[in-house]
Design a protein around this ligand. Structure first.
Ligand code: NAI
Ligand code: MG
Length: 501
């Protein structure tokens, strides 16, 4: 074991055999093929994983359907299901370090970030475990009463059925559990398709599902590629719901595929989120807040604060402060506890980000700091700040999904709101000001699903998360998060007043 390698049990797990999890058991892919998983810090292959295809998706959907029809999960008493989800939370507590190390190996993220993410999955599981016993319908009878009519009317809330869950690679265990916890709380059966770049933590979690007492067939996990396993899942006529996190382009494709059987769709997509800094902001808060708003997880965050707007008087100071902050960040392997910035996920993502760095320069923007690759192995890139940009540039309009910030000076509140809202996306937004008045007025006018004031990026299971515009459909977390996996039924009972026998 070299310095800053994962612990021995994690290395052994990664080097082991990785199959497809259906009906609570492991199997090989129908096609018998595997695909390679890489460590983004070195580019080397660390694991071989069974490659699920349409045939495996068919088998997994059939297993999920059987579990649902036999009421193996949603037929259990609510307190029993709450117990099982809480068990899973406790098991995740025990396995927290292991899950974090697996995502570091797979994704490259700093260990502290991975541990924070696993902590948030435990909070998710507990929050939705608590919600299971609170799912109830409404009695609407009194509202329907009239002289002519006696009626008993109520709503009941039911699980939507079989849910297909498609996971991205930028926060593997976090984006799995933000969907799995409410889907299970609702009583659904699941077929999960992890990202081909980072399937390992979902596969590790499979055995934990069994240990927690989730009945076989309720959670099925099929690793594989988007264009075959993913596509087969969203096309499948026996899937009732798809929940997807990933690129806006793939989200649009999923909407088209879902039209086949009009499956319900939740989409958590891209962003080009604005961060605004007023002249009255506290620079000690605004500078690190805005910097980590874009550089955290190497900018591979759907709500990364990638467009910075600073009021004119403080513009030079804030841009210089963020650039100095960027230069001071420690770039390295995720398992090194000193690391603040890990590599990008893949050679492809590195090339995409490098392409935007070139585009920015050719569009006439000025690099204040960064702008190049870091080191000569793995997929590292320097945190970068561009100034001298305008609203028509591709680096200002398009999601880069890397540690690249574009900075623009602004005049007043109207200017800020107009420029911040000049995007097809609407996921996150940051406001730094010491004026309570400005904070609330701007929060009201920004078209974004999540607004952070004097900080950036807080998420909580009780707070709905999602986007406006092309950032997606629907919300995760909160009571909205469970509704996404439920159907509501209205039941009318005609009461016959003449029945006096
Ligand atoms: P992607 O959106 O294609 O992949 C995300 C997930 O969707 C993966 O599990 C993938 O296998 C699956 N998928 C891909 N095509 C599918 C299809 N036709 N049907 C069903 N599932 C499918 O993103 P990708 O290719 O990994 O990255 C491309 C860009 O997307 C990134 O450079 C980044 O800009 C953006 N992205 C945004 C994310 C976010 O959280 N908003 C997360 C991941 C990527
Ligand atoms: Mg793709």
């Amino acid at each position: 074991m070299a310095l800053h390698d994962p612990s021995t049990p994690v290395s052994e797990f990664i080097a082991g055999k990785h199959g497809i999890f259906i009906d609570g058991e492991w199997r090989d892919g129908e096609g018998g093929e595997t695909f390679d998983v890489h460590d983004p810090a070195t580019g080397t292959t660390i694991a071989k994983v069974a490659r699920g295809t349409a045939a495996d998706i068919d088998r997994a959907v059939a297993a999920a359907r059987r579990a649902f029809e036999e009421r193996r999960w949603h037929g259990l008493p609510p307190e029993k299901r709450a117990d099982v989800l809480w068990n899973l939370a406790r098991i995740f507590e025990r396995e927290a370090r292991t899950l974090a190390e697996i995502d570091v190996a797979d994704n490259g993220m700093p260990i502290a970030f991975a541990e924070w993410m696993v902590g948030s999955t435990i909070a998710q599981l507990k929050y939705y475990a608590g919600m299971i016993t609170k799912v109830t319908g409404r009695n609407v009878s009194p509202a329907l009463a009239s002289d002519q009519l006696r009626m008993h009317a109520y709503t009941s809330v039911e699980p939507v059925g079989v849910a297909g869950i498609i996971i991205p690679w930028n926060g593997p265990i976090g984006t799995l559990i933000i969907k799995l916890a409410p889907a299970l709380a609702a009583g659904c059966s699941l077929v999960v398709k992890p990202a081909e770049l980072t399937p390992l933590s979902a596969l590790y979690a499979a055995d934990l599902m069994n240990e927690a007492g989730i009945p076989p067939g309720v959670v099925n996990i099929v690793p594989g590629f988007g264009h075959d396993a993913g596509q087969a899942l969203v096309d499948h006529p026996d899937v009732d719901k798809v929940s997807f996190t990933g690129s806006t382009a793939t989200g649009k494709k999923i909407v088209q595929s879902a039209a086949g059987n009009l499956k319900r769709v939740t989409l958590e997509l891209g962003g080009k989120s604005p961060v605004v800094v007023f002249d009255d902001a506290d620079p000690e808060i605004a500078i690190p807040g805005a910097a980590m708003g874009i550089f955290a997880n190497t900018g591979q965050v759907c709500f990364a604060g990638s467009r910075l707007f600073v009021q004119k008087k403080s513009y030079d100071k804030v841009v210089a402060g963020i650039s100095d902050f960027a230069k001071g960040l420690t770039i390295g392997k995720g398992m090194d506890p000193a690391t603040q910035i890990g590599p990008l996920i893949s050679a492809g993502q590195r090339d995409k980000v490098a392409g935007y760095l070139e585009t920015g320069v050719s569009e006439g923007a000025e690099i204040v700091t960064g702008g190049a690759a870091h080191g000569n192995h793995g997929y590292f890139v320097q945190p970068t700040v561009f100034a001298n940009v305008d609203a028509s540039m591709r680096i200002v309009r398009e999601e880069i999904f890397g540690p690249v910030l574009v900075a623009t000076p602004v005049e007043d509140m109207d200017d800020i709101v107009r420029m911040a809202n000049d995007t097809r996306y609407g996921l996150g937004a940051g406001i730094f000001t010491t004026s309570v008045n400005k904070a609330h007025l701007v929060a009201e006018r920004l078209r974004a699903g999540n607004v952070w004031i004097n900080g950036y990026g807080m998420m909580h299971p009780a707070m709905p998360f999602g986007g406006y515009g092309e950032s997606g459909w629907g919300r995760e977390n909160g009571t909205e998060g469970i509704s996404a996996y439920q159907e509501t039924k209205s039941v009318f009972v005609y009461l016959n007043e003449n029945d006096r026998t």
